[in-house]
Design a protein. Sequence first.
Length: 292
Amino acid sequence: MRLLPQKKFPSPIERLEGSLFPNVGVDVWVKRDDLINPDVSGNKWRKLKYNIEALSPKAHVLTLGGPYSNHVRAVAAAGKYCGFETSALIRGELVEPLNSVLAFAAAQGMKLLPVSREDYRNRHDAEWLEAMRKETGATDVWPEGGSNALAVKGCKEILAEVEQHFDAVCVPVGTGGTLAGLIASGRQNTSVVGVSVLKGGEFLIDDVRRLLADAGEVELSRWSIELDYHCGGYAKSTGELHAWMVDFSMRSGVPLEPVYSGKLFYAVYDMIAKRKFSAGSRVLIVHTGGVY
Ligand SMILES: Cc1ncc(COP(=O)(O)O)c(C=O)c1O
């Protein structure tokens, strides 16, 4: 069986100094999934675990993403670690020299195939994906962001490793697979709060419901998605977010990047300041990794 290597597993949970957050009596902890594996970090490790286990011995995986996709980078690393072939459809042109994400992916042996932005819009169309699979000679297709039923199964294991009670569990949302896993495994008296990193992320609510249904899971926890912390949209940032992140990382020792974890931690900070969590609450932030 193919297994992804792990450096720190189960990932530790750490209490964050009270002085890092507004002093309103909320106790904040972080589940450091970012420490599991440097190349397949955080939720990537969780999402790929069972997808990799399901591969046949001569597998060739086709996946897809934007030119800075953490998922594409992680699939390339996983292919190299676990010995399966990888190809990826990359949205837009491949600009030489390749950026650090794509250069890393190519160095792991991944074949990179540019597709026009127009064609890329077919990314959820099963017939188009099947045609691309045939064209590339791949055996398996993993969706954008790696979010499918097996990814949800892997993400359910995050909270299974946490014994303590938390009133709220917070996670960034890109495609919703990680959030779906937390909703399917949370306790009844825990609220799961997703923070959309996309502008106009309302559609994510339906996507999460669809992922839960595909995985045959039910909503165990109450849940919601915060839609106002996208800072301009996917991979966009603001001077305020940047300055806050740099200061927070320096004081806490927790590395943050602006695409996912920065927006998530900032959102938690802001929600505490706005008293969205009641005094005495215990909040767990899931650090889903990323490239710094
Ligand atoms: C580091 C990181 N955190 C969070 C997410 C969002 O996870 P999901 O796509 O499951 O919503 C992603 C994207 O998959 C990611 O790369």
